[in-house]
Write a protein that binds this ligand. Structure first.
Ligand code: NOJ
Length: 568
């Protein structure tokens, strides 16, 4: 009877879902009504820095291919590969000169196909980074666009006359410093670039641009990719009348006035476009991940679409704006994500922000804190996106001299803004020179800590950060409460310990995270949640004090994690 009811419930869920998802998508629901990406662990690879197969100091696709066993073993289900298309590398691949090929420094399209096939054998999906807001000026579309005011591609980019001689069309500023307008003497107009001068913005109001870009996604779907991470989606549209943006108090790290990007960020048209992109994705059973920098819950909610018809996985960056171990603030952010009605997507690090090991670490207990953070974002309801090396406790290695900086932001903003090189250093495979990444000097130097924090050393150490990740990911994949359970905040007034239940049918897992530097003792009464026994079986813990499974007295070392299966 119960079985039949469950089946009926599933059929109803599937029927509802199929009104907003395509046929292809409904076919992929698991027995609990989840799509593959809801159960998956994603892992971001910055291809320059992951594994260098040809020893030129820069990572490549064959390098990634050679590490699939490692990734599978770790518990990764999908790789988001940061851009590896042909590019002048002004912004290390986020300036694409050909969307339908691979940059020779990373290999060939054949290498990609090989990687896709091997990944499939490992049951690992590939997600490409879709840089859709802008191209490189070396892209053939821009070359033609810039060739004359009447060229076929002129309107593929945003060209405008100067306001007055030598004065850009309006006051908009580039996120990489200075005006967002670049004068082109050949045709006597300015082009708009939100990012570097080498990243002219596409004109998404032009249907030809839209069609060409949708075709790019189709090209990669045909090559076996399972979806895209949508770069800088907030910025796809600009006010056609080019109103000046309001100025705010003070100056930014580039010395420019602070500005509210009212007329060139998060315009409503973004959502119309995402719906269209989603249609193409649905036709290909694909997932869209949004680089969605939202500042409140309502903005985040919008990215899912009113009918779950925009981005399935908008990244919740508000979660990692909590830059300290604050249970209260994490509680608030988790509650925000939970309340959108969409499936939460948690990240604690990526190639644009200092590594989580640094941001949360106190300098003394960084390994414990790295495990604590993993214990949180890998046990919440939602999909986590890991950043390569996070599982090792890799730390930032920021440049100390301007002449060493590679990142355009660091070059423009030095010394206030040191850029993002520090979080993009080579993956630490072992303790041999260059951390086993390459036999030649890598494009960025590895931090000294590679001697202690590297894959081979940590695999041999049962207490390492890597081993903790491996255990946790294995648990996450097999435990129904962690995969499917709802999130129930516990002991919400505790200022030091963040605790919650993941409750699924008659099962529950309790997660208890001591975010303080002092030992803590906590007590739970779960009778109201349907679990009166006050007992749990320890699944994973970093507490040495043997917490024992008595939920009325859970003892936690400083920064310890306790994860237990609650008995009924
Ligand atoms: C966001 C990417 O994550 C970042 O690395 C890049 O610089 C900008 N978009 C521009 O593409």
């Amino acid at each position: 009877m119960l079985r039949n009811l469950r089946l009926l419930a599933l059929l109803i869920v599937s029927a509802c879902v199929s009104t907003s998802f395509s046929q292809a998508q409904t076919r992929t629901l698991d027995s609990e009504g989840h799509q593959w990406w809801q159960n998956a662990v994603f892992y971001e690879i910055y291809p320059r820095s992951f594994a260098d197969s040809n020893n030129d100091g820069i990572g490549d696709l064959k390098g990634i291919d050679s590490k699939l066993d490692y990734l599978k073993d770790l518990g990764v289900d999908a790789l988001w590969i940061s851009p590896c298309y042909p590019s002048p590398q002004v912004d290390f691949g986020y300036d694409v000169s050909d969307y339908e090929n691979i940059d020779p420094m990373y290999g060939t399209l054949k290498d990609f196909e090989h990687l896709a096939r091997d990944a499939k054998k490992h049951d690992i999906r590939i997600i490409m980074d879709f840089v859709l807001n802008h191209t490189s000026p070396q892209h053939k579309w821009f070359l033609d666009s810039a060739s004359s005011r009447t060229s076929a591609h002129r309107d593929w980019y945003i060209w405008r006359d100067s306001k007055a001689p030598g004065v850009p069309p309006n006051n908009w500023l580039s996120g990489f410093g200075g005006s967002a307008w670049q004068f082109d003497p050949k045709t006597g107009q300015y082009y708009y670039h939100f990012f570097a001068i080498g990243q002219p913005d596409l004109n998404w109001r032009n249907p030809a641009v839209e069609k060409a870009m949708f075709d790019v996604t189709r090209f990669w779907y045909k090559h076996g990719v399972s979806g895209f991470r949508l770069d800088a989606v907030d910025l796809l549209f600009e006010d056609p009348d080019l109103h000046d943006n309001p100025l705010l108090e003070g100056k930014n790290e580039f010395g420019d006035a602070n500005m509210q990007n009212k007329y060139n960020d998060k315009l409503p048209e973004v959502h119309t476009e995402l719906k269209k992109l989603r249609k193409v994705a649905d036709e290909n059973n694909a997932v869209l991940i949004g680089e969605t920098y939202t500042s409140n819950r309502d903005e985040l909610k919008e990215y899912y679409g009113d009918h779950n018809d925009e981005v399935q996985m908008p990244m919740d960056f508000m979660f990692c704006t909590v830059d300290k171990l604050s249970p209260a603030e994490f509680r608030t952010q988790i509650a925000n994500a939970e309340s959108t009605g969409g499936w939460p997507v948690y990240v604690i690090g990526n190639h644009d922000m200092p590594r989580s090991y640094e941001r949360y670490g106190d300098g003394k207990h960084n390994d414990q804190i790295a495990k604590l953070m993993a214990g949180m974002y890998l046990t919440l309801r939602g999909t986590p996106i890991m950043y390569y090396g996070e599982e090792l406790g890799m730390e930032n290695n920021d440049p100390t001299r301007k002449e060493d900086v590679k990142d355009p932001i660091g070059i423009a903003g030095w010394p206030k803004e040191k850029g993002r090189d520090g979080e993009r250093t080579p993956m630490q495979w072992n303790d041999s020179p260059n951390a086993g990444f390459s036999q030649t000097t890598p494009w960025l130097p590895v931090p000294a800590s590679y001697k202690t924090h590297n894959v081979s050393g940590e695999l041999a150490d049962p207490a390492s950060v890597l081993q903790f990740y491996r255990h946790l990911l294995a648990l996450r994949h097999q435990d129904h409460a962690l995969l499917y359970g709802d999130y129930v905040a516990l002991n919400q007034d505790n200022p030091n310990v963040l605790s919650y239940l993941r409750r699924y049918k008659d099962e529950a897992v309790i997660v208890v995270l001591n975010m303080s530097a002092t030992a803590q003792q906590v007590s739970f009464d779960l009778s109201g949640e349907g679990f009166p026994s006050a007992k749990a079986t320890t699944l994973l813990t970093t507490s040495t004090g043997a917490p024992g499974g008595q939920l009325n007295q859970v003892a936690l070392d400083p920064f310890a994690v306790y994860i237990g299966k609650v008995s009924r």
